[in-house]
Design a protein around this ligand. Structure first.
Ligand SMILES: N[C@@H](CCC(=O)N[C@@H](CS)C(=O)NCC(=O)O)C(=O)O
Length: 265
């Protein structure tokens, strides 16, 4: 039974929405998930009313009160449901976690996304920049010794994961064991430590393939909306196939178009 009045508006492939799914699951809070069909460009009236400023998912609606922006939502969740705290007690340590999450969203994610829409020398420059930011971020992940999954793990795991996926699509690594050893495994480490999070986590192979399929065909109806386990739209195409998308420009272009339209995956 979902706790009364806890709703999450999301999009299955969104790294920002995944943060919120994970935080709610880690707290053991039951919630109703409402899928927005971002591929169709039609946003629900609940989304437009709940986040009129940015009109973006994720939005958490708690007892009718909307909270937007994934990092703000994580803090709201931690303050509302006290069990399994996501933040340490110490204010200075808390400030450090917030600092790195902000750095990830303001510097690292945009740098990763920028690599999609470039070619040749520009691409190499953008990859170098993304790797530099990610290396700095990796230091922040690696320095921590606490085993409990916290705010920073939830905030940063998706950054490493999407950097991994992006690297496979563009054919150049953004994270690797040598330069970013913590970030490259953080996502899998969290899932290993809390396997129940898998139930709300999309298969890695679904992400580039389905987004490419959806972006190339915007009129496709929202089949299975609200059901995060629906079948991939493109069968038998793996991440490796998508990585070869430099030879299949239509897939790469579709992903680029999607990233440019939505400013994210
Ligand atoms: N800073 C926001 C970013 C959210 C975001 O970019 N959401 C994307 C999906 S991943 C979105 O809703 N895009 C729809 C649009 O831009 O129209 C957060 O942390 O929640």
């Amino acid at each position: 039974m979902a706790e009364e009045g806890v709703k999450l508006l999301g999009f299955w492939a969104s790294p920002y929405a995944l943060r919120v799914h994970w935080a709610l699951k880690l707290k053991g809070v039951e919630y109703e998930y409402l899928e927005e069909d971002l591929m169709s460009g039609k946003k629900s009236s609940l989304l437009l009313q709940s986040n009129p400023i940015y009109k973006k998912i994720p939005v958490l609606v708690h007892n009718g009160n909307p909270v937007a922006e994934s990092l703000v939502i994580l803090e709201y969740i931690d303050e509302t449901w006290k069990q399994n705290p996501l933040f340490p007690e110490d204010p200075y340590e808390r400030a450090q976690l917030r600092f790195w999450a902000k750095f990830a969203d303001e510097k690292c994610f945009p740098a990763v996304i920028k690599t999609f829409s470039s070619e040749g020398e520009e691409l190499e420059k953008n990859v170098k920049e993304a790797r530099e930011y990610l290396k700095i971020l990796d230091g922040a992940v690696g320095d921590r010794k606490d085993n409990q999954i916290d705010f920073l793990d939830v905030a940063l795991a998706v950054v490493g994961h999407w950097a991994n996926i992006t690297g496979e699509i563009i054919g150049m690594k953004l994270v690797d064991e040598e330069e970013t050893p913590s970030l490259v495994t953080l996502f899998e480490d969290v899932l290993e430590a809390a396997p129940f999070l898998k139930e709300c986590t999309p298969e890695k192979s679904r992400i580039p393939v389905e987004l490419a399929g959806g972006a190339g065909d915007k009129v496709r109806p929202a089949d299975g909306a609200g059901d995060m386990s629906r079948q991939p739209r493109v069968d038998a195409v793996s991440v490796e196939d998508v990585a070869a998308s430099r030879e299949q420009p239509e897939i790469l272009l579709a992903v680029v178009e999607l990233v440019q339209t939505h400013g994210a995956f």
